[in-house]
Design a binder for this molecule. Structure first.
Ligand SMILES: NC(=O)c1ccc[n+]([C@@H]2O[C@H](COP(=O)([O-])OP(=O)(O)OC[C@H]3O[C@@H](n4cnc5c(N)ncnc54)[C@H](O)[C@@H]3O)[C@@H](O)[C@H]2O)c1
Length: 303
């Protein structure tokens, strides 16, 4: 398939460079609402640059790779489908459930496929954990926790505004990796109980080139609650960009026969710690598996 990227910002290089790692990705064109960004990437990667509208109309492109900011995701996905193209989008798919259903409806009508990040649950740690759970190594899962805590994204991302607008915040931006991993390991969620808060109504950018500029915070920066799964297990979560440091693990699952600590689901792999009943923790390394090396090292995804 010929792929056209829309959105030539911070994450786009990761996708452009993935062409040399995988043997089935062929990016032939790109576009951005800021034309010069698109032209720069096109010349860097030796592909064609189009306006966004012309990329949609181009008959040679089979699939749009949507790397725009969350508030633009739905519009770009729907326009891709209306122009007869499949679409893979960065997360989140849409900024609310209603928008997600609209996308599903058009995708079904047009018989075109929509995919969405995150795919990190397909990495070695997620796959190994799933096989351990299916083998009942820790028995039936009954409880768990996951924690995402940092002081936000304004210290590294060059344009961090979108992180603090509807469609982002710590659950839509990072929580989706944890939720996808959990649904892979523990099935579907029946209901959610949660509360939210915002410690600062304003953030000051600490990264270049916009150092010192202010961002008005328009979505909660802390969400805490409990997920009630259809298998009756309960998992507590704490997602916040209002915490400087902490000492919680990313994700812990408690079963009838033992406990498991998962590596950060934002990355493709990492070690799993497993303890049966009262025994010592046993480290399970997944380096030898396919997608077995963590793709990032920093908890906030900056490196
Ligand atoms: N940066 C990361 O490390 C990272 C990691 C994983 C996922 N993501 C996800 O990738 C997406 C993009 O993130 P980013 O960090 O590259 O953001 P970014 O702001 O650096 O880049 C987004 C680009 O999209 C363009 N854009 C915005 N609206 C558009 C529209 N309507 N039409 C055409 N172009 C438009 C912007 O001009 C910008 O160049 C987000 O959904 C984010 O959650 C980012």
């Amino acid at each position: 398939m010929n792929i056209g990227i829309i959105g030539c910002g911070n994450i786009s290089d990761t996708y452009f460079n993935s062409q040399s790692i995988f043997n089935n990705i062929k990016i032939t064109a790109c576009a951005d609402k800021i034309q010069e960004l698109s032209e720069k990437k096109a010349s860097q990667y030796n592909i064609q640059s189009f306006t966004v509208d012309d990329l949609f109309k181009n008959k040679d492109i089979d699939l749009v790779l949507n790397l725009t900011i969350p508030s633009a995701h739905k519009e770009i996905i729907i326009k891709s489908l209306e122009n007869g193209k499949h679409c893979f989008s960065e997360k989140p798919l849409a900024i609310n459930f209603k928008q997600g259903l609209e996308i599903q409806k058009i995708s079904n009508e047009k018989k075109l496929i929509v995919g969405c990040a995150p795919d990190t649950f397909l990495g070695a740690a997620g796959q190994k954990a799933r096989s351990l759970i299916e083998n009942e190594d820790i028995g039936k899962i009954v409880l768990g926790t996951f924690n995402i805590m940092s002081h936000g994204m304004e210290d590294w991302h060059p344009n961090p505004d979108f992180f603090f607008k509807p469609g982002a915040g710590p659950v839509f931006d990072l929580g989706v990796y944890y939720l996808t991993q959990l649904i892979n390991l523990n099935g579907s969620i029946r209901s959610v109980y949660a509360t939210s808060g915002t410690a600062s109504k304003e953030r000051i950018i600490k990264s270049q080139p916009r150092y010192g500029q202010k961002i008005s915070v328009e979505t909660p920066t802390t969400l805490m609650g409990v997920l009630d799964f259809n298998n009756n297990s309960k998992i507590q979560f704490f997602c916040s960009w209002d915490v400087w440091t902490h000492n919680h693990s990313n994700m812990e699952l408690y079963g009838m026969g033992g406990s498991m600590i998962m590596p950060d689901p934002n990355f493709f792999s990492g070690d799993i710690m497993l303890s049966k009943e009262n025994s010592e923790w046993n480290k399970i390394t997944n380096d030898e598996m396919l997608l077995g090396i963590p793709n990032k090292t920093e908890n906030n995804g900056s490196k």
